[in-house]
Design a protein around this ligand. Structure first.
Ligand SMILES: [Zn+2]
Length: 277
């Protein structure tokens, strides 16, 4: 029982994905009033999807790659700008990590903060990896679809959306009146050393993503995050395996040995859903 206490704390947030009724924890399952039952796997996550959707680019190997890169600390500058903005929130604020991948940010933040963290991804593999690396079991992990989350309305205080797609309509449904969105988007300098290797190198702009954000949200704060890291060849290789920049490129044609450092750059946008939406 104690091992699923994170789901006990947060049971009132869940809504049955089949009938939308509230759910409660019963032994090792979340159960709705009409007895639709979703088991909590022993690793500490719930799969709310009937079939595994996932994404062909994000198989287990690529999640493991990402896991090494994150564990090496290359994305930690992002973790440095978020905490000071979470600190002022009341204890037990509900934080939802959207398309969390293997859950690095939630795990790190949950170690530091007395907030209730929930995190989901479409891919069961990634959630399994996330839950396995969270022996503290202080994050409620689940497999779910951003278009239709098994969560009740207006209960989430903060949405973390780190290098992931957004669904502002769904965010508006989930967030409380004063709820905040913390969205991290790539900056044009992100992995610029890789971009320069591409034959038709094009400058990246995050302007469209920013405009899309501002269509739905009032922008309260915008924080630049950038750091250039010297790194060993195997980490350059892991970044190359992981980046969407190279999904449609034959990596054998690229001279990755010339790359000795990489820039990780993003912008944190903090916003609130506009009331007229
Ligand atoms: Zn139900």
């Amino acid at each position: 029982m104690a091992k699923f206490s994170v789901f006990k704390d947060q049971e009132s947030l869940f809504a049955c994905p089949i009938c939308q009724a509230p759910m409660r924890l019963d032994q090792s399952s979340l159960v709705c009033q009409t007895r639709h039952t979703f088991n909590i796997a022993k690793q500490g996550f719930v799969n709310f999807l009937r079939q595994n959707k996932g994404d062909k680019h994000y198989d287990m190997a690529s999640f493991e790659n990402r896991s090494h890169i994150l564990a090496a600390g290359y994305y930690d500058p992002i973790l440095e700008v978020i905490p000071e903005r979470l600190r002022d929130l009341p204890r037990h604020s509900h934080v939802l990590d959207v398309a969390c991948g293997e859950g690095y940010y939630s795990r790190q933040l949950a170690l530091e903060f007395d907030k209730d963290f929930m995190a989901f991804d479409l891919s069961k593999d990634s959630i399994l990896l996330a839950a396995r690396q969270n022996p503290q079991k202080n994050v409620a992990w689940f497999v779910g679809d951003l278009a239709k989350l098994p969560l009740r309305e207006h209960r989430i205080d903060v949405i973390l959306d780190i290098f992931s797609p957004a669904n502002y309509q769904e965010f508006g449904r989930l967030l409380t009146d004063q709820g905040l969105i913390f969205k991290v988007i790539p900056h044009k300098d992100h992995l610029k050393e890789f971009r320069q290797l591409l034959p038709e190198a094009q400058a990246y702009s995050n302007q469209d993503v920013l405009e899309h954000f501002q269509d739905s949200c009032e922008l309260l704060e915008r924080v630049m995050i950038s750091k250039t890291w010297s790194m060993p060849a195997e980490h350059v290789q892991a970044f190359a395996e992981m980046t969407p920049l190279f999904f449609h490129v034959d990596k054998k044609t690229l001279d990755l040995t010339s790359v000795r450092q990489l820039t990780v750059a993003g912008e944190l946008l903090i916003g609130r859903i506009k009331n007229d939406k």
